[in-house]
Design a binder for this molecule. Structure first.
Ligand code: WQD
Length: 334
């Protein structure tokens, strides 16, 4: 079974490639290294002891895609490639819509031409906007995204649904991620954002390691137990395993399916800071500042549909997430 993984050297993609290789799938990765580095190829090989094909190219490039689908008999595609920085997407909307939408359209076009009908897509809980209820179930209303990044996810979900109507054999599984953190336990692969991180966990690890001075906590007056924002943090290895469960379903069943990939547990910003300090025995200085525009108070999943239909649930807990996130950063410094 041969799987094409776009963005396979990125944070979530690289962990999924590890899981695929460990389950003996053949893997072809396409990644343009725009937010990843080529050394991840060797790291993945080191972890798994297995080989895979890596093509350094842009998924928007139709000629490259044509060659991949001609050279390989691809059974399914897992599409991670995409720009994902919320703030940047507000400043560069054209770049975000062009890259995220064109790559997906070109990929689906080539898949249909080559009779490849199984597609797994990296969506996001961001499609729920300010959620109509908590915990969030897959039938909650989508829309109300607050930035172009989130809107690209919503638009791609819509595009996939339309393709499925026109080509019922085109099976798409849409995975709505909550907040992925953590790293592989080897410390060889993990999240390496360029520049100053926007997301909470990468910021915490840099404060703990002394690279940044202090964490700004964005607001402590939300309607949550301690006033700080509540999110459903999920270990990236659990998330990667969710893709394998989805892949097995896609290879077996025809249709259009949506699943939340979260743990179902909500942790506040201060819960995360306290857990991180305790597990890693290190201080994370913080100060309370104003709310960040566009943020919501709480967001956590009801993950029962994924359990029922995919047989998947998150196994790793908050301590694993704290330990593995820090371990990765410490390993980078050695
Ligand atoms: C988590 C909590 C912040 C940084 C975003 C995107 C989403 C997805 C993941 C991915 C919030 C607070 C954060 C900081 C803080 N995108 N915070 N200080 O906003 O839930 O989701 O990233 O590719 O689409 O919207 O994640 O990690 O930015 O924030 O207090 O320095 O931490 O206010 O409550 P978010 P996050």
């Amino acid at each position: 079974m041969k799987i094409l993984v776009t963005g396979g050297l990125g944070f979530i993609g690289s962990h999924a490639v590890v899981e695929l290789l460990e389950e003996n799938y053949e893997v072809v990765v396409i990644d343009d290294l725009s937010n990843s580095s080529a050394d991840v190829v060797d790291k993945i090989k080191q972890i798994t002891g297995k080989d895979f094909d890596f093509i350094e190219a842009d998924v928007c490039d139709l000629d490259v895609l044509e060659k991949i689908f001609t050279d390989h008999k691809i059974d399914a595609v897992i599409h991670f490639a995409g720009y994902k920085a919320v703030g940047e997407s507000v400043k560069e909307p054209i770049m975000y819509y062009e890259n995220n939408l064109v790559s997906t359209l070109h990929l689906c076009k080539k898949m249909l031409e080559h009779n490849c009908n199984k597609f797994i897509f990296s969506s996001s809980a961001t499609v729920y906007g300010d959620p109509e209820k908590l915990p969030i179930t897959e039938d909650c209303k989508v829309g109300g995204t607050t930035n172009p990044y989130g809107t690209t996810k919503l638009m791609i979900e819509r595009i996939l649904a339309d393709i499925h109507v026109a080509h019922p054999e085109f099976t798409a599984i849409i995975l709505r991620y909550f907040n992925p953190i953590g790293a592989h336990k080897s410390g060889l692969i993990g999240e390496k954002p360029n520049g100053i991180p926007n997301n909470l966990m990468p910021y915490i690890v840099r404060v703990a390691s002394g690279e940044l001075e202090i964490l700004s906590v964005f607001g402590d007056d939300y309607d949550t137990p301690d006033g700080t924002g509540v999110r459903d943090y999920i270990h990236v290895v659990d998330l990667a395993k969710g893709h394998l469960s989805a892949l097995k379903k896609a290879l077996k069943d025809e249709g259009l399916f949506y699943y939340n990939l979260g743990t179902g547990n909500g942790y506040s910003v201060l819960d995360l800071v306290k857990n991180f300090e305790k597990v890693n025995n290190v201080k994370v200085p913080y100060k309370i500042v104003d709310r960040r525009p566009g943020d919501i108070a709480s967001c956590y999943a009801d993950p029962t549909k994924a359990l029922k239909e995919l047989g998947w649930k998150a196994e790793l807990g908050i301590e694993d997430m704290m330990r593995d996130s820090y371990n990765f950063i410490l390993k980078q410094k050695q």
